[in-house]
Design a protein around this ligand. Structure first.
Ligand code: PLP
Length: 399
């Protein structure tokens, strides 16, 4: 489905809100205006009931109990609450964090902040496929490590990390495991119990829900994880996140997660089929097209492609009004810096800048993929036709 004149293949940046989700949200703006914390009247009770239903839906999506869900303004807040909240709460046990180089900016920047405030952070590298070495991760964990943060699936490459193994390792080493599952939610079956996850972040606007709402899972038993809150004022959400609940958005998050779970298997197959067709179609017509990252353990709807000796920015600008894609995360593209994820996988700056992420989603249709193949092939050929670098490469003067 086109959005205006544009084929939207940037679902990892954000998703359109599913019309069914919009419908679920609608009544909570006007007809049902209650504050979920109002205990004295039916409007309040109704809002509270709706929030509790969404809490149960959110918990069900990740194998948690409803009482373990804290609603936030999104994954960035959930990440901040998890990392800073654990840092402050467990500072007496230790002040050391272990993270991975390919984590989202929300994790990296939060840890950079803590590193300036008396904490230590060890960053574990990834290999060319975007994977961590579990031995290396184990070696990074110390006596005073309080939290290990590894995302479930990478937003730029779709690479899925072996979360169960990481959970086992953290349990063995008596440290907490935080998992940013913002991109995995709705795509990968998530079970916080069997995965050994203590804290998990997700966001509605990556699963066809509204922007500005998300959740943090905080394990409440075996072990009971405690957090120092970021916000004070009223003690909402088990005193972990004060502030009047955004009832419409929370209802939308619950509804979005339920729909996504119900449709996941069929949708994953459909998406993987189109994604594979996109890769095959481009490689059939163009030489020098490479997939960045592991092609086995990855999300079904993402491909991060490198076009040899093509500037990704230029290519995207030329296609900008007809195809929406990105060079990586939305935050990184605002900085116009090459992707830290691709650099950490060993790509050179030039190679990283030749890479484009295509992320498909619920409203992507096969004929759009055919059109994108035609457009990309045309534009890459046009750029290479006038490129001295490409000419040198073809003459065997460059790799
Ligand atoms: C989008 C994203 C975030 C940030 O989520 P917001 O809800 O936009 O704050 C965090 N982590 C990952 C992996 C993401 O893809």
């Amino acid at each position: 489905m086109k959005f205006g004149q544009t084929i939207y293949l940037d679902y990892n940046a954000t998703t359109p809100v599913d019309p069914r989700v919009i419908e679920s949200i609608q009544p909570w703006f006007f007809e049902k205006p209650g504050n979920a914390a109002s205990r004295s009247h039916a409007m309040g009770w109704m809002a509270e009931e709706a929030v509790e239903q969404a809490r149960a839906q959110t918990a069900a999506a990740i194998g948690a109990k409803p009482g373990e869900i804290v609603f936030t303004s999104g994954a960035t807040e959930a990440v901040n609450l998890a990392i800073k909240g654990i840092g402050a709460r467990y500072a007496r046990k230790g002040r050391h964090f272990v993270i991975v180089a390919t984590e989202h900016q929300a994790v990296l920047d939060t840890c950079t902040y803590l590193a300036k405030h008396g904490f230590e952070v060890t960053v574990v590298d990834v290999n060319a496929e975007g994977h961590i070495d579990i031995e290396e991760l184990a070696a990074a964990i110390r006596e005073d490590t309080v939290l290990v943060s590894v995302m479930m699936a990478n937003n730029e490459t779709g690479v899925i990390h072996p979360v169960e193994k990481i959970g086992d390792l953290c349990a063995e080493r008596n440290t907490l495991f935080f998992c940013d599952a913002t991109q995995a939610a709705g795509k990968v079956p998530i079970d916080v119990e069997s995965m050994g996850i203590h804290l998990l972040a997700l966001s509605a606007h990556k699963v066809y829900g509204p922007k500005g709402v998300g959740a943090l899972y905080v394990r409440q038993s075996a072990p009971r994880v405690q957090l120092t809150p970021l916000f004070h004022g009223g003690g909402h959400e088990g005193d972990m996140r004060s502030g009047t609940l955004n009832v419409p958005a929370i209802v939308g998050l619950g509804c979005a997660l339920e729909i996504t779970a119900a449709e996941r298997d069929r949708e994953n197959k459909r998406l993987a089929g189109m994604r594979d067709r996109l890769e095959a179609g481009l490689r059939e017509h163009l030489e020098g097209v490479y997939v960045n990252g592991d092609t086995e353990n990855r999300l079904p709807h993402v491909t991060n492609l490198r076009f040899l000796h093509v500037q990704g920015d230029t290519l995207m600008t030329r296609m900008g009004s007809s195809v929406a894609v990105s060079s990586g995360s939305a935050c990184a593209s605002a900085l116009a810096e090459p992707s830290h994820v691709l650099l950490s996988m060993g790509l050179s700056e030039r190679e990283a800048r030749s890479s484009i992420r295509f992320s498909l989603g619920r409203f992507t249709e096969p004929d759009e993929i055919e059109e994108v193949i035609r457009l990309v092939v045309r534009e890459v050929e046009a750029l290479r036709d006038v490129s001295p670098v490409w000419e040198m490469y073809k003459a065997g003067m460059l790799d």
